[in-house]
Design a protein. Structure first.
Length: 195
């Protein structure tokens, strides 16, 4: 987005050191959109001597080839600029309890896990971003953090693994709290009774 300026654009950091990057949004007066999105990308730049020359790549013998792989790490940080008060609403629909085979840590073999499946719906000109939690009373059974529903889509399907299977007749409260505006304002809430 040409309306985002980051200063400084390039820094050299020693290991363990930090640098503050200032980001400024400068929307033109004629801007009509409710929301503008971009990504601030931070990438490591390998030193010039990280590669090999053509002669080094050819090797000492004509029948050999050598090369060096240098990892370039990067991080993309979403930047959302809103104009005016956010105009957005959310709803939770289609809640159901099912089971899925899920690995507890991504390495161990999958185990049969209770999950809550739902549709998170968005209406309005802005995006939603927040956390969906599933509770039984005050006990949290499951959570999905950093769930976004952007203006290009109106709804998003979610599957939230639970710590335990709810008992028959147990009432669950499912809430979606906005994590985007400096607080935990509940955008949508519903209840579900396990069968």
């Amino acid at each position: 987005m040409p309306y985002i300026v980051a200063v400084p654009r390039r820094v050299t950091l020693a290991p363990g050191k930090t640098q503050t990057i200032r980001v400024r949004a400068d929307l033109p007066a004629a801007a009509t959109g409710a929301e503008y999105r971009a990504h601030l990308t931070v990438t490591t730049v390998p030193p010039r001597e990280a590669g090999v020359t053509a002669e080094q790549a050819a090797g000492e013998r004509g029948d050999q080839l050598s090369f060096r792989i240098t990892s370039v790490f990067g991080l993309a940080i979403p930047v959302i600029v809103r104009q005016g008060a956010p105009a957005v609403k959310g709803e939770i629909e289609g809640v159901r309890l099912s089971f899925a085979d899920i690995s507890p840590d991504g390495v161990k073999p999958p185990v049969r896990t209770p999950v809550i499946q739902l549709q998170l719906k968005r209406t309005g000109a802005n995006s939603l971003f927040g956390n969906v939690s599933v509770k039984s009373g005050k006990t949290e059974l499951g959570i999905a953090r950093g769930v976004g529903v952007y203006p290009e889509i109106d709804d998003r399907a979610l599957q939230i693994p639970l710590k335990r299977a709810p008992r028959a007749g147990e009432q669950l409260e499912i809430s979606y709290a906005d994590d985007d505006n400096g607080g935990a304002k509940v955008i949508a809430r519903t209840t579900f009774t396990a069968r």
